[in-house]
Structure formats: C-alpha cells, structure tokens
Design a protein around this ligand. Structure first.
Ligand code: PLP
Length: 292
C-alpha cells in the first residue's frame, strides 16, 4: 500500500501568526482545508516549489526556499519566513513513512480574498515513478509565444516566476503526448530553445555544457546549478547561452533537469535523434538525488 501523504499547514509563512498560534502544524491530509475564496483557487494566484527527497534527505532546500521568496517578490507577496518554511518541510518529511523518493511541494497563495494574509502549506507524497523518463524521452518543440526579451519588455507576464498558474505548462505537456512525445522544449518567438514546462535545458557540446540564461525568462533551476557546480569542479566548461533548437539536435547530449524527475536525456527532438550517454545520465541522477 502507498504510504499516506502528509500535510503541514504554515500560518506563519510570512511572520508569526497574530493569534499566537504555532507557525506550522500537521493537519488531516484527506480533509477539506482550503476556502473556496482563496485566491489560489479563484485566480491561480500564488507561488510554489517542488523539492525532491531521496532516502529521507531533502535536496537543495535552501535554494528552493530562496527561489520561492524570489517568486513571491515577483508577484508582490510579502517576504517569506524561510526558517519557518524550512522547519515545516522537515516536519512533513519526518511525519511521512520512509520511502526512496518523496516529492514535497511548498505552496504560498495570496490567501483568502480581502484578508491580505497568505495561505501556505507543505505537502509530502510518494514521488511518481520517473524511471522510464530517466532512460530517455522524445521531446517536441512548442512555441512559448514570448520573445527571449520578455523579462525586459513585459515583466508583468511573470517570466521566471514559479507561480501557481501552471495550466499552460500542463496543456503543453498534453500537446506533447498528442504528438507522440513525452515532453516539451519551449521555443521563444525569436527562435531560441528555452526550457521545459517543468524543467531546465542542459546541452553538451564536447566538454562544454550550456543552459538557457535566466535573462531569457526561464526559471533559475536548482538542478542545473547543482550539476554546473560538479562539472566546474572537474574543470569542465559551463555556459549560460541562448541556443537554437538545431544546436540542441547537433549536440553530444541534451537533458531536461528538474528536482523530482532529475535528469531526463532527450533521445529525439522533433523526431531528430540526439545521442544518449547513459552513464553520464546516471551520474547526473545520482548527483541530483544527493546519492553521488
Ligand atoms: N523550469 C520550470 C518552468 C520548472 O517548473 C522547473 C521545476 O519545476 C524547472 C525549470 C527546474 O527547476 P529545478 O531544477 O529547480 O527543479
């Protein structure tokens, strides 16, 4: 039987609760917890993070919570209390039955309409089985509908913020499946490879590893930061540079990286084959799961 998910409510996510109650507490996961007037529900208005936990050890909690705070800032939510959120993440992991892979979501919404107080919770559940994606996946390019200059021209479109408005990202993933693929590489209107709907692009040309610059409106990935640090330690070159999809196809390897699925190598981009280095992919998975 799959172990029960764990829910931790965090009324102290942006400062101690006014009524003097505890900053976080475990709550009944299967019971209704959210009011229908919460702006998460009525507007998809909030921010979130997904943290991978492997053999009970969470990976990159600090960078994830820092990015949550960055996303909160980009949508004018109050500054978050990262110590409280970090303790709430630990409490959720501790309360969960031990499993090899756990997915922990941290969510902060703009709260109930009219109150101005965010709603926040941490949810821990057994991770999806990502093993077949880690062996390789077919990817299709889809137009993101935004230029690589969007951060400068149209910041109100919230490029690079991890907001709860992921319906477009999920629709893109379904479109990939309709096209016979497993995932998407978004392309800017000016023709550059950006990122996946839930992942960061990593491309290898010889000893040079490239990812998309955050200035192009992509999310600053925690996974790519981990991999870049390890590669740089070995004297390999890492770059943030815009690439065309054709340069991804002509590479010596390409991956979509994320905290729960970890490193998923591309076998094809728009039906064009890309070499897969199974050994390097496994190394990336070990690195990203903290098992290296
Ligand atoms: N890009 C987007 C749009 C994402 O949603 C995610 C993660 O969910 C990533 C990139 C990868 O980020 P990380 O490696 O920190 O999980």
């Amino acid at each position: 039987m799959t172990p029960e998910p764990v829910l931790v409510l965090v009324p102290g996510a942006s400062g101690a609760p006014q009524d003097g109650s505890a900053p976080f507490h475990i709550a009944e996961e299967g019971a209704p917890q959210l009011l229908v007037t919460d702006l998460a529900v009525t507007r998809g208005d909030g921010v979130f993070e997904t943290i991978g936990v492997f053999d009970g050890a969470p990976v990159n909690v600090g960078p994830h919570l820092a990015r949550l705070n960055r996303s909160a800032g980009l949508v004018d939510l109050p500054e978050l209390d990262l110590d409280t959120l970090s303790a709430a993440v630990d409490a959720a992991i501790d309360a969960h039955d031990p499993v090899p892979e756990l997915t922990v979501r941290v969510i902060v919404t703009r709260g109930i309409e009219g109150t101005g107080a965010p709603t926040a919770w941490v949810h821990a559940r057994v991770a999806a089985d990502w093993s077949r994606y880690r062996d390789g996946m077919k990817v299709v390019t889809l137009d993101r509908g935004l230029a690589s200059t969007v951060v400068d021209t149209s910041p109100w479109l919230l490029p690079g913020a991890k907001t709860l408005s992921y319906a477009v990202n999920m629709a893109a993933t379904r479109e990939a499946v309709r096209r016979g693929a497993e995932d998407v590489l978004f392309v800017s209107t000016d023709g550059y490879a950006l990122e996946g709907p839930t992942s960061t692009l990593l491309v290898r040309h010889g000893d040079v590893f490239t990812t998309t610059p955050v200035s192009a409106g992509v999310l600053p990935g925690t996974s790519v930061a981990t991999i870049f640090a390890a590669l740089e330690k070995e004297g390999l070159s890492t770059r943030e540079e815009l690439l065309r999809p054709a340069q991804v196809v002509e590479s010596d390897g390409a991956w979509l990286l994320s905290s729960s699925r970890l490193a998923a190598p591309l076998t094809h981009l728009d039906e064009q084959p890309i070499p897969v280095d199974a050994q390097l992919s496994r190394r990336f998975v070990d690195l990203l799961s903290g098992r290296a």
